[in-house]
Design a protein around this ligand. Structure first.
Ligand code: ADP
Length: 162
């Protein structure tokens, strides 16, 4: 059985992440979305909120589950029984970082392979940070995030302003 982990901060999940999960779920038997608990990045949503938003967005995919993890991704992969790490690659921004991370992970765990899926054209400039940034200035981001994410995002931004 081919099992993979798709790790990330997902603060919050965007349509680019969901697209990667949909495509990866057709390629492997089982996919665990690993949501980083103790991110080095300062997050807008706590880990439980990030998990609920991601789980709702991929509820239509029977072979996908969403779980928290902390520490090294290779250890989480082992814990979830995964032999592959899935990552998404946008043309301009991700190659250097993702190759370094993949090489470092291979150095630590030769039995775990990193598989990169290219971001779809419509999601190439989409990132969680950009969504939060433009939404904070009032832009309509409803077509960039899953329908269940838009409301909590707008509410959190409104709360932060008060
Ligand atoms: P991390 O903190 O691990 O970078 P992110 O939530 O930012 O977590 O991203 C998780 C993964 O999803 C990374 O592989 C990232 O490159 C990928 N990703 C982010 N945005 C997109 C997108 N728009 N299209 C495809 N992949 C994406």
């Amino acid at each position: 059985m081919a099992r993979a982990i798709y790790p990330g901060t997902f603060d919050p999940v965007t349509n680019g992440h969901v697209d990667i999960v949909e495509r990866a779920s057709h390629t492997v038997d089982h996919l665990t979305v690993g949501v980083v608990k103790d991110s080095l990045k300062r997050t807008m949503f706590n880990v439980d909120e990030r998990i609920i938003m991601f789980a709702d967005a991929v509820a239509h995919l029977a072979n996908v589950e969403v779980k928290p993890y902390s520490g090294l991704t290779i250890n989480a992969a082992r814990e979830f029984g995964a032999t592959m790490i899935v990552r998404g690659l946008r043309i301009t921004s991700d190659f250097e970082y993702e190759s370094e991370m993949a090489l470092m992970n291979r150095r630590m765990a030769e039995d775990i392979e990193t598989i990169c899926l290219f971001s779809a054209l419509e999601y190439q400039i989409l990132s969680s940070s950009r969504v939060k940034e433009v939404a904070a200035f009032g832009a309509d981001v409803s077509d960039l995030v899953p329908p269940n994410v838009w409301k909590p995002l707008v509410e959190r931004l409104a709360k932060q302003k008060t």
